[in-house]
Design a protein around this ligand. Structure first.
Ligand code: ADP
Ligand code: MG
Length: 492
């Protein structure tokens, strides 16, 4: 959850790669989580026997007509609202014409000139730097079928189960400047679509797939020619593919060759990108408005109805955390990385009333342990109520931060124990008896006249040595703040 040091290094380094600026724009296909297809009633469930989930419309039988699925439109509206976009009051479906065996109609129904979602932006942190990536648009379209290559019989079959599955294609401006930024954008977008529940986000099953458009240029020059890396469906491959592509393009240019606009595929086995086809232009698709579908009209009331039924968005929740709990923008953003983390934070905060301490502990000690175990908060052995207990014991002075870390360690492996029982069993209580503490302080002062003298001569560091001695004398149970106060009193 914490942005790693590596992120920051990459971000700083990648502003210029070998004297080139990297430019990246994304096109992401999010499969919408409707029960049925975008223009037919066939189910969209993943993994069924080939061609068992395709009806006459999906098979493009003559005489069939598409009927718009309202649920798909509502999900597009939700994304638009989540990203501060304009929801077009009237948008138009168009036919994108091309021939391919998995596309029996001979065209894909998409939106071209007037998409349903226009503008908007995605905001996220890269390291501790805030980034904004602007959207051009998001449009509704249908997915195509799949060719299944049955190598063992030397034949290819067509599975039309996926034909007509609703997609929202989300297109950014070429705003990103490094592979790390591109991956952070994709993660943020993934977080948002799953948070609002319009897409299940399953990347292995292809529910969320990204095309990365990559170009390089010398700073100040116009945009370079881009190549589009298709169908990136893991964050790891995304980073590898873009990094490879950047290096490849720079080498081509350095060798005096021009970049040809192309569509490329990333091969995870070789770690290389390879051109699939030189890129076609929009004109090649002969787009025209689909005469079978009326324009999509979205009244303002419909948008409002959708808005009022939506859950609190991560951005809104982060702003609320900052305002209500006095957290920094950065902390609030980190704590709204997932609904689960946010819920954990709120539950612990409500139980102990210490938002800042809870935030520090979640982002520090808790997430460090979760990262080490490659687990997320849903697998956290320490409940929000237990963390609240721990924080309450730090706050009321029962234990020091250091002791609290030890309690957390025990809780982590023995989640059935309680904070108070662990403090008791391990004797971690801070010394709150001022009389006993004063005695230790006096003894340490008497035994270390040199440090006392140095401190009085103006060497502030000499105090640390004395604090250290006293903490040692109290077996770590003295309250460091109290020790400091006492020392300053006595040495004043
Ligand atoms: P297409 O006609 O292929 O849809 P677009 O102009 O819509 O082309 O751009 C597609 C994507 O490519 C967008 O995300 C856009 O930001 C990005 N893009 C456009 N030009 C460049 C470039 N020179 N370098 C990197 N990305 C680019
Ligand atoms: Mg495009």
């Amino acid at each position: 959850m914490n942005a790693s040091v590596q992120d920051k290094k990459t971000a700083a380094k990648s502003l210029l790669v070998m004297g080139y600026e990297v430019v990246i724009g994304f096109e992401t296909h999010a499969q919408l989580s409707t029960q049925s297809k975008i223009f037919s009633r066939a189910p969209t469930a993943f993994g069924a026997e080939p061609n068992t989930q395709a009806c006459a419309v999906d098979l493009a039988l003559p005489g069939t007509l598409p009927v718009m699925n309202k649920g798909a439109v509502e999900r597009a509206i939700e994304l638009g609202l989540a990203l501060g976009s304009t929801i077009a009051p009237r948008s138009v479906f168009a036919r994108k014409n091309y021939f391919y065996p998995d596309l029996p109609k001979g065209y894909q129904i998409s939106q071209f000139e007037i998409p349903v979602v226009q503008g908007g932006s995605v905001e996220f942190y890269l390291g501790d730097e805030k980034k904004t990536v602007h959207l051009v648009r998001a449009h509704l379209e249908e997915d195509a079928g799949k060719s299944l290559h049955e190598d063992f019989i030397g034949q290819t079959g067509i599975d039309l189960n996926r034909a007509g599955t609703p997609l929202l294609e989300i297109v950014t401006e070429p705003d990103m400047r490094s592979s790390a930024e591109a991956v952070a954008y994709a993660k943020e977008l993934h977080k948002i679509v799953t948070w609002i529940g319009i897409c299940d986000g399953n990347m292995q099953e292809g529910s969320f797939r990204c095309d990365a458009n990559v170009s390089v240029r010398k700073p100040g020059e116009p945009l370079g020619t881009r190549r589009e890396i298709k169908n990136l469906n893991s964050f790891k491959f995304m980073q590898q593919a873009i990094d490879y592509e950047i290096r490849w393009q720079i080498e081509e240019l350095e060798d005096g060759r021009a970049i040809q606009q192309a569509t490329v595929l990333f091969n995870p086995d070789t770690g290389e990108t390879r051109a699939m086809r030189t890129k076609e232009d929009a004109a090649d698709y002969r787009y025209f408005p689909d005469p079978d579908l009326p324009p999509l009209v979205i009244a303002a009331e419909w948008v409002e109805r959708v808005r009022s039924a939506m859950t609190e968005l991560p951005r809104v929740m982060a702003a609320r955390f900052a305002a209500d709990y006095g957290l920094s923008d950065y902390d609030a953003t980190q704590l709204t990385q997932s609904r689960e983390v946010a819920a954990y934070f709120e539950a612990a905060t409500q139980a102990c009333g210490q938002p800042k301490l809870v935030s520090n502990w979640i982002m520090g000690e808790v997430s460090r342990r979760l990262n080490a175990a490659e687990a997320d908060i849903s697998a956290c052995p320490v409940s929000a109520a237990q963390l609240a207990q721990l924080v309450a014991r730090i706050q009321d002075g029962t234990i020091s931060n250091n002791a609290a870390r030890q309690v957390l360690d025990v809780l982590w492996s023995a989640p059935d124990s309680t904070v108070d029982a662990i403090i008791e069993a391990k004797g971690l209580k801070q010394m709150n008896d001022t009389g006993a503490l004063a005695a230790i302080v006096d003894a340490v002062l008497a035994a270390n006249p040199k440090n006392v003298q140095e401190f009085r001569a103006g060497n502030a560091k000499a105090l640390n040595a004395l604090v250290g001695q006293i903490m040692k004398g109290s077996q770590g149970k003295a309250n460091p703040q109290q020790v400091n106060d006492l020392l300053r009193q006595k040495l004043a």
